[in-house]
Design a protein. Structure first.
Length: 66
């Protein structure tokens, strides 16, 4: 609903199917899926650009070194 009201519709709605439907409108479901896909692709791209990274445990002794 947030996305719907960002588009500044009339406050009282009676004939807008997106506002009066019981289920979430398909266009919002599709938009959300596209956003998730873009975010996943960005994460995959970053992972590939970083390459293989070793895991290292941080200890308090490491923090005390100056």
């Amino acid at each position: 609903m947030d996305e719907y009201y960002r588009s500044n519709p009339a406050l009282i709605v009676t004939k807008d199917p997106d506002a009066i439907c019981r289920r979430r409108p398909q266009k919002y479901l599709q938009r959300e899926e596209e956003e998730i896909d873009r975010a996943a692709a960005a994460v995959d791209k970053r992972a590939l650009s970083v390459g293989a990274v070793e895991h290292a445990e941080w200890t308090s002794a490491m923090g005390n070194k100056s």
